[in-house]
Design a protein around this ligand. Structure first.
Ligand code: AMP
Length: 336
């Protein structure tokens, strides 16, 4: 990495990302802070991204061979910003080895890909998580079954007790890589954090709700609940909950610093259910930007003003970190 960066012209840095997920926000933010912008699109999907003047270049390529672009992108002083669709399209193994300087800690992707490792990391961080069950007959409460590799909640199912679980497990093809987790009763809330090397702090940058089909629809028990994410909704919490949310964010950052060096850099997220006793149970994390941050594109979340005294969206926040790391001669600290 050091050798690669030595050849970089830091006055001509380009931000590159896959055209999907949160790319509009990422590229718009980069352009506003004076960085070059490149979208890498799947064949046939580039036309949409060419509609936007803040994107300097749209490259259409089969993402199965994205590595072939790496040489040119590196020559062009590029920094890759990973997001959920990038990880989904190229897979975590290829993402770990992608020969392009990548913003944030790419090693966390491996932990994210494994449901068990994921829950261990949260537990290690001292964050309350849902109870897990190994033996379906021991289940004593409603549970959610999560299949490994399920995308955006697709393929999850719930069972209200052990009998229903055993019967569903025998009729649904779940393979052998799944977890049985307590289905926490409450309301969801998803927190957006930013781990800043420049300022040495964890910022609570925003939060959202997911809009999931069909569990958030009007099916009134006519159908089995499913959890396919179709959009996001902005939210703020009662202020008395914010210190807990901040504590979880900082705990997570400390745990990652210990177990997954070089620690949490840039955007990440914790996903929770808040019970009616106001306890917060975290069932998931994302070690990179989440699409829920898109709800604040161009306007910034109400929490972002607390750090910079002006609204900032996550795309702008990433670009701010890059620009200020360069000013301090520390770009290498925010890349892996
Ligand atoms: P995930 O793919 O883990 O983000 O989960 C998809 C959706 O399933 C979430 O947005 C929640 O609506 C729901 N969910 C996942 N885990 C739990 C849980 N332990 N308790 C209640 N709801 C959950």
């Amino acid at each position: 990495m050091e050798a690669t960066l030595k050849n970089y012209d830091l006055s001509k840095l380009k931000v590159v990302t896959i055209a999907s997920h949160s790319s509009l926000q990422i590229l718009r933010g980069a352009k506003r802070l004076g960085l070059g912008t490149v979208a890498v699109a799947k064949p046939g999907s580039g036309w949409f991204y060419r509609r936007f003047t803040f994107i300097d270049k749209v490259i259409e390529v089969d993402l199965g061979s994205m590595e072939q672009l790496a040489g040119d992108l590196v020559k062009d002083n590029s920094i890759l910003i990973p997001h959920g669709s990038y990880v989904e399209y190229v897979g975590w193994r290829r993402a770990l080895n992608m020969p392009i300087p990548t913003f944030g800690n790419r090693y966390i992707i491996e932990w994210e890909a494994d449901q068990r490792k994921k829950m261990k990391l949260l537990e290690y961080a001292g964050i309350p998580i849902p109870k897990s069950f190994n033996d379906p007959t021991q289940v004593d409460r409603p549970v959610i079954v999560k299949l490994s590799g399920a995308k955006g909640g697709r393929g999850y199912f719930i069972a209200k007790d052990a009998n229903e679980l055993v019967s569903k497990l025998s009729s649904i093809n779940v393979g052998d890589d799944y977890i049985i987790q307590e289905y926490v009763i409450g309301v969801p809330a998803y927190y957006h954090y930013f781990g800043s090397k420049v300022y040495g702090r964890v910022e609570l940058f925003g939060m959202d709700l997911r809009y999931e089909s069909n569990v958030d629809g009007r099916s009134f028990n006519l159908a089995e609940p499913t959890f396919v994410v179709v959009g996001n909704i902005p939210v703020v919490l009662r202020e008395s909950l914010l210190p807990i949310v901040q504590k979880y964010g900082e705990g997570f950052s400390r745990a990652v610093a210990e177990l997954v060096p070089p620690g949490m850099i840039g955007p990440y997220s914790l996903e929770s259910i808040i019970r009616d006793d106001l306890s917060i149970i975290v069932f998931e994390f994302s070690g990179r930007i989440v699409a829920g941050t898109n709800v604040y594109m161009g306007i910034g979340s109400p929490y972002s003003v607390l750090y910079f005294d002006k609204p900032m969206d996550m795309g702008e926040r990433i670009a701010h970190e890059i620009v200020n790391s360069v000013k301090r001669g520390k770009l290498i600290d925010i890349l892996t």
